[in-house]
Write a protein that binds this ligand. Structure first.
Ligand code: NAP
Length: 329
Protein backbone atom coordinates (compact mmCIF):
# COMPACT_ATOMS: atom_id res chain seq x y z
CA UNK A 1 0.00 0.00 0.00
CA UNK A 2 1.35 3.46 -0.97
CA UNK A 3 0.54 5.20 2.34
CA UNK A 4 1.04 2.81 5.25
CA UNK A 5 2.67 3.09 8.66
CA UNK A 6 2.78 -0.08 10.76
CA UNK A 7 0.81 0.83 13.92
CA UNK A 8 3.33 -1.19 15.95
CA UNK A 9 6.04 1.31 14.93
CA UNK A 10 4.12 4.27 16.41
CA UNK A 11 5.40 5.05 19.93
CA UNK A 12 2.82 4.73 22.70
CA UNK A 13 1.98 6.31 26.05
CA UNK A 14 0.79 4.49 29.15
CA UNK A 15 -2.03 6.14 31.08
CA UNK A 16 -2.30 6.29 34.88
CA UNK A 17 -4.73 3.32 34.82
CA UNK A 18 -2.30 1.25 32.75
CA UNK A 19 -3.97 1.47 29.30
CA UNK A 20 -1.70 2.13 26.35
CA UNK A 21 -2.47 4.56 23.55
CA UNK A 22 -0.64 5.80 20.43
CA UNK A 23 1.43 8.98 20.78
CA UNK A 24 -0.48 10.60 17.90
CA UNK A 25 -4.06 10.46 16.66
CA UNK A 26 -6.41 12.05 14.18
CA UNK A 27 -8.70 14.98 15.05
CA UNK A 28 -12.16 14.98 13.49
CA UNK A 29 -13.36 18.59 13.77
CA UNK A 30 -13.83 19.90 10.24
CA UNK A 31 -13.76 23.58 11.33
CA UNK A 32 -17.13 24.11 9.61
CA UNK A 33 -15.33 23.51 6.27
CA UNK A 34 -15.41 19.77 5.65
CA UNK A 35 -18.63 17.74 5.49
CA UNK A 36 -19.28 14.78 7.78
CA UNK A 37 -18.96 12.49 4.74
CA UNK A 38 -15.54 13.93 3.83
CA UNK A 39 -14.31 13.49 7.39
CA UNK A 40 -15.65 9.92 7.61
CA UNK A 41 -13.84 9.21 4.34
CA UNK A 42 -10.62 10.59 5.83
CA UNK A 43 -11.11 8.49 8.98
CA UNK A 44 -11.46 5.38 6.82
CA UNK A 45 -8.25 6.24 4.96
CA UNK A 46 -6.49 7.00 8.25
CA UNK A 47 -7.44 3.58 9.63
CA UNK A 48 -6.09 1.85 6.50
CA UNK A 49 -2.94 3.95 6.85
CA UNK A 50 -2.25 2.86 10.43
CA UNK A 51 -3.96 5.45 12.68
CA UNK A 52 -5.46 3.84 15.77
CA UNK A 53 -6.40 6.90 17.86
CA UNK A 54 -9.33 9.16 16.93
CA UNK A 55 -10.59 12.27 18.70
CA UNK A 56 -14.34 12.74 18.21
CA UNK A 57 -17.03 14.89 19.83
CA UNK A 58 -20.81 15.14 19.63
CA UNK A 59 -20.56 18.84 18.70
CA UNK A 60 -18.56 18.01 15.57
CA UNK A 61 -21.87 16.68 14.15
CA UNK A 62 -20.22 13.81 12.30
CA UNK A 63 -20.12 10.91 14.76
CA UNK A 64 -22.93 9.09 12.94
CA UNK A 65 -21.01 9.17 9.64
CA UNK A 66 -17.70 8.25 11.32
CA UNK A 67 -19.58 5.41 13.05
CA UNK A 68 -20.28 3.84 9.68
CA UNK A 69 -16.52 3.29 9.46
CA UNK A 70 -16.05 2.04 13.03
CA UNK A 71 -19.06 -0.25 12.76
CA UNK A 72 -17.18 -2.10 10.06
CA UNK A 73 -13.73 -2.63 11.58
CA UNK A 74 -13.73 -6.36 10.75
CA UNK A 75 -13.76 -5.55 7.05
CA UNK A 76 -10.39 -3.87 7.64
CA UNK A 77 -9.18 -6.77 9.83
CA UNK A 78 -8.76 -4.39 12.79
CA UNK A 79 -9.75 -5.48 16.30
CA UNK A 80 -11.56 -3.01 18.60
CA UNK A 81 -8.87 -3.55 21.28
CA UNK A 82 -6.25 -2.06 18.92
CA UNK A 83 -8.17 1.21 18.80
CA UNK A 84 -8.28 4.15 21.18
CA UNK A 85 -11.54 6.02 20.68
CA UNK A 86 -12.27 9.36 22.34
CA UNK A 87 -15.40 11.52 22.44
CA UNK A 88 -16.67 14.50 24.43
CA UNK A 89 -19.85 15.78 26.02
CA UNK A 90 -20.93 19.21 24.78
CA UNK A 91 -21.82 22.17 27.01
CA UNK A 92 -25.59 21.84 26.57
CA UNK A 93 -25.64 18.29 28.02
CA UNK A 94 -24.07 18.82 31.47
CA UNK A 95 -27.13 18.69 33.73
CA UNK A 96 -28.30 15.68 35.77
CA UNK A 97 -28.94 12.70 33.49
CA UNK A 98 -27.79 14.49 30.37
CA UNK A 99 -24.15 13.32 30.33
CA UNK A 100 -25.31 9.71 30.28
CA UNK A 101 -27.70 10.47 27.43
CA UNK A 102 -24.98 12.23 25.46
CA UNK A 103 -22.49 9.38 25.97
CA UNK A 104 -25.16 6.88 24.91
CA UNK A 105 -25.80 8.88 21.73
CA UNK A 106 -22.07 9.08 20.92
CA UNK A 107 -21.71 5.32 21.47
CA UNK A 108 -24.71 4.62 19.24
CA UNK A 109 -23.54 7.04 16.53
CA UNK A 110 -19.95 5.77 16.61
CA UNK A 111 -21.25 2.16 16.65
CA UNK A 112 -19.12 1.30 19.68
CA UNK A 113 -19.78 -0.61 22.95
CA UNK A 114 -17.40 1.56 24.94
CA UNK A 115 -15.16 4.60 24.60
CA UNK A 116 -11.50 4.54 25.59
CA UNK A 117 -11.76 8.12 26.83
CA UNK A 118 -14.67 10.50 27.38
CA UNK A 119 -14.04 14.21 27.98
CA UNK A 120 -15.94 17.15 29.39
CA UNK A 121 -15.39 19.37 26.33
CA UNK A 122 -15.52 22.72 28.19
CA UNK A 123 -15.74 23.15 31.98
CA UNK A 124 -19.03 25.08 31.93
CA UNK A 125 -22.52 24.92 30.48
CA UNK A 126 -22.24 28.00 28.29
CA UNK A 127 -23.62 27.16 24.92
CA UNK A 128 -23.49 28.82 21.54
CA UNK A 129 -25.47 28.07 18.43
CA UNK A 130 -23.50 26.21 15.71
CA UNK A 131 -21.73 28.60 13.32
CA UNK A 132 -22.54 31.74 15.38
CA UNK A 133 -20.22 34.75 15.06
CA UNK A 134 -17.52 35.64 17.59
CA UNK A 135 -19.42 38.47 19.29
CA UNK A 136 -22.58 36.47 19.98
CA UNK A 137 -23.49 36.17 23.70
CA UNK A 138 -25.87 33.63 25.24
CA UNK A 139 -27.81 35.36 28.07
CA UNK A 140 -27.72 32.08 30.07
CA UNK A 141 -23.90 31.94 30.10
CA UNK A 142 -22.09 32.38 33.42
CA UNK A 143 -18.56 32.03 34.82
CA UNK A 144 -17.08 28.64 35.79
CA UNK A 145 -18.93 27.14 38.75
CA UNK A 146 -17.24 24.36 40.74
CA UNK A 147 -20.54 22.82 41.90
CA UNK A 148 -21.98 22.72 38.39
CA UNK A 149 -18.77 21.13 37.15
CA UNK A 150 -18.81 18.46 39.84
CA UNK A 151 -22.45 17.62 39.06
CA UNK A 152 -21.26 16.92 35.52
CA UNK A 153 -18.18 15.01 36.71
CA UNK A 154 -20.22 12.71 38.99
CA UNK A 155 -22.05 11.53 35.87
CA UNK A 156 -18.68 10.98 34.15
CA UNK A 157 -17.63 8.82 37.11
CA UNK A 158 -20.86 6.84 36.79
CA UNK A 159 -20.07 6.13 33.13
CA UNK A 160 -16.65 4.88 34.22
CA UNK A 161 -18.23 2.66 36.90
CA UNK A 162 -20.54 1.18 34.26
CA UNK A 163 -17.57 0.33 32.05
CA UNK A 164 -18.92 2.44 29.20
CA UNK A 165 -15.82 4.65 29.23
CA UNK A 166 -12.36 3.34 30.18
CA UNK A 167 -10.76 6.69 31.03
CA UNK A 168 -12.09 10.11 31.95
CA UNK A 169 -10.88 13.39 30.54
CA UNK A 170 -11.24 17.12 30.97
CA UNK A 171 -10.57 19.78 28.35
CA UNK A 172 -9.93 23.54 28.23
CA UNK A 173 -8.94 23.61 31.91
CA UNK A 174 -6.61 25.96 33.78
CA UNK A 175 -4.36 25.29 36.78
CA UNK A 176 -6.78 27.26 38.97
CA UNK A 177 -9.79 25.22 37.88
CA UNK A 178 -7.86 21.96 38.31
CA UNK A 179 -6.87 23.00 41.84
CA UNK A 180 -10.57 23.56 42.54
CA UNK A 181 -11.92 20.28 41.23
CA UNK A 182 -9.20 17.59 41.37
CA UNK A 183 -9.44 17.15 45.17
CA UNK A 184 -13.19 16.51 44.73
CA UNK A 185 -12.89 13.86 42.01
CA UNK A 186 -13.48 10.26 43.10
CA UNK A 187 -12.05 9.21 39.74
CA UNK A 188 -9.33 11.53 38.52
CA UNK A 189 -8.96 12.42 34.84
CA UNK A 190 -6.41 10.26 33.02
CA UNK A 191 -6.16 12.78 30.16
CA UNK A 192 -6.55 16.49 29.59
CA UNK A 193 -7.05 18.05 26.16
CA UNK A 194 -5.45 21.46 25.90
CA UNK A 195 -4.42 23.79 23.12
CA UNK A 196 -0.71 23.16 22.49
CA UNK A 197 1.54 24.26 19.63
CA UNK A 198 5.00 25.89 19.61
CA UNK A 199 3.54 29.42 19.87
CA UNK A 200 1.32 28.34 22.76
CA UNK A 201 3.29 25.91 24.90
CA UNK A 202 1.36 26.41 28.19
CA UNK A 203 4.35 25.27 30.31
CA UNK A 204 2.62 25.78 33.66
CA UNK A 205 -0.50 23.77 32.80
CA UNK A 206 1.53 21.13 30.96
CA UNK A 207 3.92 20.55 33.88
CA UNK A 208 1.03 20.53 36.35
CA UNK A 209 -0.67 17.71 34.40
CA UNK A 210 2.50 15.65 34.06
CA UNK A 211 3.17 16.00 37.80
CA UNK A 212 -0.40 14.92 38.56
CA UNK A 213 -0.05 11.83 36.33
CA UNK A 214 -2.47 13.22 33.74
CA UNK A 215 -1.61 12.71 30.06
CA UNK A 216 -1.75 15.97 28.03
CA UNK A 217 -3.46 15.71 24.62
CA UNK A 218 -2.51 18.54 22.23
CA UNK A 219 -5.32 20.07 20.19
CA UNK A 220 -4.65 22.51 17.35
CA UNK A 221 -1.16 20.94 17.32
CA UNK A 222 -0.11 22.67 14.10
CA UNK A 223 -1.77 25.95 14.95
CA UNK A 224 -5.09 25.17 13.26
CA UNK A 225 -4.49 27.21 10.06
CA UNK A 226 -8.07 26.54 8.84
CA UNK A 227 -9.92 27.21 12.09
CA UNK A 228 -13.33 28.94 11.86
CA UNK A 229 -13.28 32.72 11.24
CA UNK A 230 -14.92 33.32 14.65
CA UNK A 231 -11.71 31.97 16.24
CA UNK A 232 -9.35 34.33 14.36
CA UNK A 233 -8.03 37.70 15.58
CA UNK A 234 -5.48 40.06 13.96
CA UNK A 235 -2.81 39.35 16.62
CA UNK A 236 -2.75 35.58 15.99
CA UNK A 237 0.60 34.08 15.02
CA UNK A 238 1.01 31.25 12.47
CA UNK A 239 3.23 28.59 14.04
CA UNK A 240 4.56 27.13 10.80
CA UNK A 241 5.77 30.57 9.69
CA UNK A 242 7.66 31.52 12.85
CA UNK A 243 11.47 31.80 12.56
CA UNK A 244 12.21 29.09 15.17
CA UNK A 245 9.90 26.51 13.57
CA UNK A 246 11.22 27.30 10.09
CA UNK A 247 14.84 27.15 11.22
CA UNK A 248 14.39 23.73 12.91
CA UNK A 249 12.55 22.51 9.80
CA UNK A 250 15.40 23.61 7.52
CA UNK A 251 18.10 22.10 9.77
CA UNK A 252 16.29 18.74 9.84
CA UNK A 253 15.08 18.91 6.25
CA UNK A 254 11.44 18.34 7.27
CA UNK A 255 8.19 20.28 6.86
CA UNK A 256 7.35 22.87 9.58
CA UNK A 257 4.15 20.88 10.32
CA UNK A 258 6.34 17.90 11.19
CA UNK A 259 8.39 20.13 13.50
CA UNK A 260 5.24 20.99 15.49
CA UNK A 261 4.16 17.35 15.78
CA UNK A 262 7.63 16.06 16.69
CA UNK A 263 7.96 18.86 19.26
CA UNK A 264 4.71 17.78 20.95
CA UNK A 265 5.62 14.09 20.96
CA UNK A 266 9.13 14.70 22.31
CA UNK A 267 7.64 16.85 25.03
CA UNK A 268 5.31 14.02 26.04
CA UNK A 269 2.01 15.27 24.64
CA UNK A 270 -0.26 13.40 22.24
CA UNK A 271 -1.05 15.57 19.19
CA UNK A 272 -4.35 14.99 17.36
CA UNK A 273 -3.88 16.86 14.05
CA UNK A 274 -6.83 17.11 11.68
CA UNK A 275 -6.40 16.49 7.95
CA UNK A 276 -8.46 15.11 5.10
CA UNK A 277 -5.76 14.93 2.44
CA UNK A 278 -4.09 11.56 2.26
CA UNK A 279 -0.57 13.01 1.93
CA UNK A 280 -1.09 15.16 5.05
CA UNK A 281 -2.53 12.28 7.08
CA UNK A 282 0.38 10.06 6.08
CA UNK A 283 3.12 12.60 6.71
CA UNK A 284 1.66 13.47 10.13
CA UNK A 285 1.64 9.84 11.29
CA UNK A 286 4.92 8.83 9.69
CA UNK A 287 6.97 11.71 11.10
CA UNK A 288 6.57 10.50 14.69
CA UNK A 289 8.12 7.14 13.76
CA UNK A 290 11.23 8.85 12.38
CA UNK A 291 14.20 10.62 14.00
CA UNK A 292 13.10 12.75 16.91
CA UNK A 293 14.09 16.39 17.40
CA UNK A 294 17.37 17.06 19.22
CA UNK A 295 17.72 18.86 22.54
CA UNK A 296 19.10 21.80 20.56
CA UNK A 297 15.93 21.85 18.40
CA UNK A 298 13.74 21.71 21.50
CA UNK A 299 15.69 24.56 23.08
CA UNK A 300 15.36 26.70 19.95
CA UNK A 301 11.60 26.03 19.78
CA UNK A 302 11.17 27.49 23.27
CA UNK A 303 11.69 30.87 21.62
CA UNK A 304 8.54 30.33 19.48
CA UNK A 305 6.28 30.44 22.55
CA UNK A 306 4.55 33.82 22.57
CA UNK A 307 1.49 32.74 24.59
CA UNK A 308 -0.66 32.93 21.46
CA UNK A 309 -3.94 31.23 22.35
CA UNK A 310 -5.95 30.59 19.19
CA UNK A 311 -9.16 29.04 20.58
CA UNK A 312 -10.06 31.90 22.89
CA UNK A 313 -13.64 30.78 23.54
CA UNK A 314 -15.14 34.28 23.24
CA UNK A 315 -18.49 32.78 22.18
CA UNK A 316 -18.82 31.30 25.68
CA UNK A 317 -18.58 34.63 27.52
CA UNK A 318 -21.33 35.74 29.86
CA UNK A 319 -23.00 39.12 29.38
CA UNK A 320 -20.87 41.32 31.71
CA UNK A 321 -17.54 39.58 30.95
CA UNK A 322 -14.84 42.00 29.80
CA UNK A 323 -12.74 39.86 27.48
CA UNK A 324 -12.04 36.25 26.53
CA UNK A 325 -9.19 36.30 29.05
CA UNK A 326 -11.86 36.08 31.80
CA UNK A 327 -12.44 32.48 30.70
CA UNK A 328 -8.86 31.48 31.38
CA UNK A 329 -8.39 32.84 34.95
N1 NAP B 1 -10.94 19.94 23.10
C1 NAP B 1 -11.18 21.01 22.36
O1 NAP B 1 -11.81 21.99 22.80
C2 NAP B 1 -10.66 21.07 20.95
C3 NAP B 1 -10.57 22.31 20.30
C4 NAP B 1 -10.08 22.35 19.01
C5 NAP B 1 -9.71 21.16 18.37
N2 NAP B 1 -9.83 19.96 19.00
C6 NAP B 1 -9.41 18.67 18.35
O2 NAP B 1 -8.10 18.85 17.83
C7 NAP B 1 -8.08 18.50 16.46
C8 NAP B 1 -7.01 19.29 15.73
O3 NAP B 1 -7.21 20.69 15.83
P1 NAP B 1 -7.50 21.59 14.56
O4 NAP B 1 -8.13 20.75 13.52
O5 NAP B 1 -8.20 22.80 14.99
O6 NAP B 1 -6.05 22.11 14.15
P2 NAP B 1 -4.71 21.48 13.58
O7 NAP B 1 -4.73 20.00 13.64
O8 NAP B 1 -3.62 22.22 14.26
O9 NAP B 1 -4.73 21.97 12.05
C9 NAP B 1 -5.52 21.33 11.11
C10 NAP B 1 -5.27 21.93 9.73
O10 NAP B 1 -3.91 21.79 9.34
C11 NAP B 1 -3.81 21.35 8.00
N3 NAP B 1 -2.80 20.27 7.93
C12 NAP B 1 -2.85 19.08 8.56
N4 NAP B 1 -1.77 18.32 8.27
C13 NAP B 1 -1.00 19.07 7.43
C14 NAP B 1 0.23 18.82 6.75
N5 NAP B 1 0.90 17.69 6.93
N6 NAP B 1 0.73 19.84 5.96
C15 NAP B 1 0.06 21.00 5.81
N7 NAP B 1 -1.13 21.27 6.40
C16 NAP B 1 -1.66 20.31 7.21
C17 NAP B 1 -5.16 20.74 7.63
O11 NAP B 1 -5.43 21.17 6.34
P3 NAP B 1 -6.54 20.47 5.39
O12 NAP B 1 -7.84 20.74 6.06
O13 NAP B 1 -6.37 21.28 4.14
O14 NAP B 1 -6.21 19.03 5.26
C18 NAP B 1 -6.10 21.25 8.68
O15 NAP B 1 -7.00 22.21 8.17
C19 NAP B 1 -9.52 18.79 15.99
O16 NAP B 1 -9.82 18.18 14.76
C20 NAP B 1 -10.30 18.28 17.17
O17 NAP B 1 -10.41 16.86 17.10
C21 NAP B 1 -10.28 19.90 20.30
Amino acid sequence: MRFYVNPASVPYRTLSGGQRMPCIGMGTFGSDKNTAEEIAGAVSKALDMGYRLFDCASVYCNEDKIGEVFGNLESKSIRREEMFMMSKVWNDMHKKGEVLLSAAKSLKDLQLDYLDAYFVHWPFRNYHAPGCDGDARNPDSKPFDKNDFMETWRQMERLYDMGLVKNLGMSNMTVKKLNDVLPLCRIKPALIEMELHPCFAQPELFDYCVKAGIQPVAFCPIGSPNRPERDKTPDDVTDIETPAVKSVAERNNIHPVNVCLKWEVKRGAIPIPFAVEEEFLYSNLKCVTETELSDKDMEELKSADCNCRLIKGQVFLWEDAKSWEDLWD
